[in-house]
Design a protein around this ligand. Structure first.
Ligand SMILES: [Ca+2]
Ligand SMILES: [Ca+2]
Ligand SMILES: [Ca+2]
Length: 171
């Protein structure tokens, strides 16, 4: 019996992404001991989806003003860019107390494990302490959200007070 060796070439990224199997499909089963490159070959790769998570970064502050940030992290194959959508909620009002410079979409650059959402704050004159911004990653077929790490919360530091400002001018 002659055995011809068949090869499937796969990159390490693909091979290491999950369980890899290689089989010869014996359609020529009447030749029960035939194993040659005339047989169809099948390769099976189980590709794990990347995981993403979000966490609060810089605390937003009306004084400055200082933009708030959320830091996103991903694991898995980093070689391609990955776009993640998110929603914003909380007691602060978007486009009033802050703006969303990313418009609900943030992209991990190729070969980058982190991405940042930046939310510029409005230094208004309203007394609105402890207003919150809650960002939540939107589920997608392109990634898995790490359980318990799909949302993050920031609190805007206010700089307006109910106190009366008295200006004393010395004669
Ligand atoms: Ca405000
Ligand atoms: Ca203010
Ligand atoms: Ca304010």
């Amino acid at each position: 019996m002659t055995i011809a060796l068949d090869h499937i070439l796969a990159s390490n990224n693909l091979k290491n992404a999950g369980a890899a199997e290689f089989d010869v499909v014996h359609v020529n089963s009447e030749f029960f001991d035939q194993v040659s490159d005339h047989d169809p070959l099948v390769s099976r790769f189980t590709i794990a989806k990347p995981t993403v998570s979000i966490a609060p970064g810089i605390t937003p502050n009306e004084t400055g003003p200082v933009s708030g940030t959320f830091n996103l992290t991903r694991t898995g194959n980093l070689t391609k860019s990955l776009t993640v959508n998110y929603t914003l909620a909380g007691t602060a009002t978007v486009n009033t107390d802050y703006t969303d410079s990313s418009s609900g979409t943030v992209t991990f650059a190729a070969n980058s494990a982190t991405a940042t959402v930046t939310l510029p704050v409005t230094d208004d004159s309203a007394i609105d302490p402890n207003e919150t911004i809650i960002a939540a990653i939107t589920p997608s077929a392109n990634y898995d959200i790490i359980t318990g790490s799909g949302t993050g919360q920031l609190t805007i530091a206010d700089n307006d007070s109910a106190g009366v400002t008295v200006l004393i001018t010395m004669a």
